[in-house]
Design a protein around this ligand. Structure first.
Ligand SMILES: *[C@@H]1O[C@H](CO)[C@@H](O)[C@H](O)[C@H]1NC(C)=O
Ligand SMILES: *[C@@H]1O[C@H](CO)[C@@H](O)[C@H](O)[C@H]1NC(C)=O
Ligand SMILES: *[C@@H]1O[C@H](CO)[C@@H](O)[C@H](O)[C@H]1NC(C)=O
Length: 550
């Protein structure tokens, strides 16, 4: 792939780098261990001898002990994975676990945890939990010293996900992890016994109402936990100590967290926000036939039922992602709510994560269709029938995959959205990274139908009477500018109106602060204009008011 660079010299230059697109040749990789002690010695780690791994990815590498490393191998179709333990000195890899899936295998980059002797291995894998499919839980694999047999046990179960395995305490034999057991919007810290009946307890559920979304890490000797409260209120960082009551007869709730030191309380931010009209946040569940849509709605602080507000839908939609959570978040869309009286909605439907693999895998081979339908239904059947929403002023925004869904929504005749902005949109999955596109659509050859159906080009004629803003950095290394170029060529062919804003030589993750602010301001301006009441109407209203006064 060549990224053209335009500024700084008389002739543009090309920046070349490796980027396999869907269906193209993938790089062949080899994993080596190099001995840095004594004579230089390089050993190749040999992947399991299995024809199903003819083309493969290495999705995770981690030292297990000083001489062994854990390696995860995934086939190109991304539906077979092998977790192995490799001897660094010989390169021999022994299979510890194999996974297969009818859909794609999700969460393949996560690192397992080991006991110090390397004999116990903890990792997450998807396990069937009834009607909603599989959920991610902790498995414990114990190697028996003189046999090749391992015992495999699930430490947790239920229709919720482990989101991160944090640490294993050798002394107490407890495993610490974050999960969605308290609800998909939340993350809490738990500990569980790795013996007996695997009792578990929530350590942060009763901490405070202002803390529903926890992150953090343990120090090496397990004595302290660095707790990062990430929402719903202003985030803070604090050091906690775990305290166990070993004398307790009841095994439940014998462990709690004691705060020992506040690191970062974000007082300045809190003070600033206290003096501002911050949005009111609401959560809703919409029940569908066999799944639930979750929704987050931000209303202006001075919200009144009898007023009419414009609606902005923020679309993420990346498969396995989540846009409705209790995580603290503030950006240009918050400004639209607080300063321009818009109502902002986010919605997680089919294809989203943390609600079981059935919901996730439904989009396989037909990306976009169901996600768009869910977003549209959410507006049409739930939000728009609220009297306080102005049906004529509806907009949507999304980036990358969300930009793809936003474009679908905007070009849908049944959709009320009249303006949409997209940032670095994916418009054609054949132009996108092989590992991404093939995961959801398979190979484009020999049968390209899934790719053709997902291509936005078909929709070009349906953008005619919409306000469409496309923003794309020209040196976007992840979603190439080519996506936008191709879509625009179609829009021109169909004589459709669009506005294009580029950021010359800027990459996908815009690092330049000035550019970021420019982007935020552009989006605020675009939606402010889109949501502005027509002059005439405004004047009529004024006239009415004047008449009232008269
Ligand atoms: C994995 O995907 C390939 C290609 O789509 C398919 O032929 C194969 O049957 C799948 N394997 C499993 C275990 O589902
Ligand atoms: C495993 O084998 C070693 C030597 O071969 C022996 O010393 C040890 O006792 C054996 N351990 C078990 C648990 O059988
Ligand atoms: C493009 O925009 C102009 C000005 O808003 C409008 O007059 C024209 O009808 C639009 N064209 C299409 C094809 O919608």
């Amino acid at each position: 792939m060549e990224l053209p660079m335009f500024t700084g010299m008389p002739y543009p230059t090309g920046k070349e780098y490796h980027y396999p697109k869907a269906g193209e040749e993938n790089p062949v990789i080899t994993l080596y261990v190099v001995n840095l002690n004594g004579p230089l010695h390089t050993i190749e780690m040999r992947r399991p001898d299995d024809p199903r791994l003819r083309e493969f990815y290495v999705t995770m590498v981690k030292w297990a002990t000083t001489t062994k490393l854990a390696v995860n191998w995934l086939n190109r179709a991304q539906n077979i994975s092998m977790l192995t333990l490799c001897e660094a000195t010989t390169g021999v890899c022994t299979k510890k676990h194999e996974d297969e899936s009818e859909g794609w295998l999700h969460r393949q980059n996560e690192k397992p945890l080991f006991s110090k002797d390397g004999l116990k291995l903890f990792f997450t894998r998807a396990i069937p939990q009834g009607g909603r499919g599989k959920f991610f839980h902790i498995s414990m694999s114990i190697s028996q010293p003189n046999t090749s047999m391992d015992t495999l046990q699930s430490i947790t179960s239920g229709d919720w996900d482990i989101t991160e395995v944090l640490a294993y305490d050798e002394e107490s034999q407890l495993i610490y992890f974050l999960s969605t057991e308290a609800g998909p919007k939340q993350r809490h810290l738990y500990s569980a016994d790795t013996f007996g009946s695997f009792n578990r307890r929530c350590l942060t559920c009763d901490l405070s109402d202002s803390c529903g979304y926890i992150g953090g890490s343990f120090c090496h000797n397990m004595g302290y936990f660095l707790l990062h409260c990430q929402g719903p209120d202003v985030p803070f960082l604090s050091i906690f100590q775990t305290q166990r009551d070993d004398d307790a007869v009841e095994s439940q709730n014998t462990e709690r967290l004691i705060e020992v030191h506040k690191l970062e309380t974000n007082e300045m931010l809190k003070l600033t926000l206290d003096n501002m009209q911050m949005p009111i946040v609401e959560y809703h569940q919409i029940d569908k036939d066999d799944y639930t849509l979750s929704m987050q709605i931000l209303k202006p602080a001075g919200f009144v039922e009898t007023s009419h507000y414009p609606l902005l839908l923020l679309i993420d939609g990346t498969p396995g992602g989540q846009s409705v959570s209790e995580r603290f978040h503030m950006d240009w869309a918050t400004v639209l709510v607080s300063s321009f009286g818009a109502i902002v909605a986010r919605c997680d439907g089919r294809g989203s994560g943390f609600q079981g693999t059935n919901l996730l895998h439904r989009i396989q081979k037909k990306v976009g269709v169901l996600e768009e339908q869910d977003q549209r239904d959410a507006i049409n059947s739930d939000i728009l029938n609220k009297p306080y929403i102005d049906k004529t002023r509806v907009g949507a925004f999304g980036k990358e995959y969300g930009g793809y869904i936003t474009s679908l929504l905007l070009s849908d005749d049944l959709s009320p959205a009249r303006c949409g902005a997209v940032l670095s949109p994916i418009t054609d999955f054949e132009l996108h990274a092989s590992a991404f596109s093939e995961r959801y659509l398979g190979m484009p050859k020999p049968d390209p139908r899934a790719y053709t159906m997902a291509n936005l080009a078909h929709r070009a004629a349906q953008f005619l009477d919409k306000k469409f803003l496309i923003i794309h950095p020209t040196a976007d290394e992840k979603v190439h500018f080519q996506h936008t170029a191709k879509l625009i060529a179609q829009l021109i062919h169909e004589k459709a109106n669009y506005t294009l804003q580029i950021y010359p030589d800027e990459g996908h993750f815009i690092h330049n602060e000035g550019t970021r602010q420019h982007l935020s301001q552009s989006l605020v301006n675009f939606f402010e204009e889109c949501f502005r009441l027509p002059e005439r109407l405004f004047e009529e209203e004024l006239d009415e008011e004047n008449e009232d006064e008269g």
